[in-house]
Design a protein around this ligand. Structure first.
Ligand code: FES
Length: 147
């Protein structure tokens, strides 16, 4: 990673972990699930409101490292207003990129910075925890573990 990207990476992670967006519960959520990283014990809970196929609201609470919190925060910003199908496409692509299998697209925006975890294999689970948890919630499961 060049130093410009490293700075961007650090600033974005710090910003979203210190001031997480959509960091609250949703009392009338239609879907929710808890994500657990067994390696560190960190937990987060995702709340989703689905209207038909559209994710009209999404939020999270919980305790986690800076990367897991920043990832959850970015995810909620990106996914709010999207359809389930669009979420699944973004999730698949992000998972491939974060685990180092896919090319990082030029126009990958903020997720490009988060995908930088591929250079730190121990942190991949931190970055993908919230994504697995949203996927589990949408499938009607109430918990997800990083694999
Ligand atoms: Fe626990 Fe990152 S160290 S999720």
């Amino acid at each position: 990673m060049n130093s410009e990207l490293e700075n961007l990476y650090r600033d974005l992670i710090i910003d979203h972990s210190k001031n997480p967006r959509n960091f609250h519960s949703i009392a009338d959520a239609s879907h929710s699930a808890t994500g657990h990283n067994p390696l560190c014990g960190d937990n987060l809970k995702i709340f989703i409101k689905l209207d038909g196929d559209k994710i009209t609201d999404i939020a999270f609470v919980g305790d986690g490292c800076a990367i897991s919190k920043a990832s959850a925060s970015l995810l909620t910003e990106i996914v709010k207003g999207k359809t389930v199908e669009e979420f699944l496409r973004i999730y698949d692509e992000f998972h491939e990129i974060a685990t180092g299998e896919g090319e990082i697209p030029e126009n990958y925006g903020k997720l490009k910075v988060l995908a930088g975890v591929r250079n730190y294999p121990a942190r991949v689970k931190c970055a993908t925890l919230a994504w697995h948890t949203v996927d589990a919630a949408l499938k009607g499961q109430n918990s997800a573990k990083t694999e």
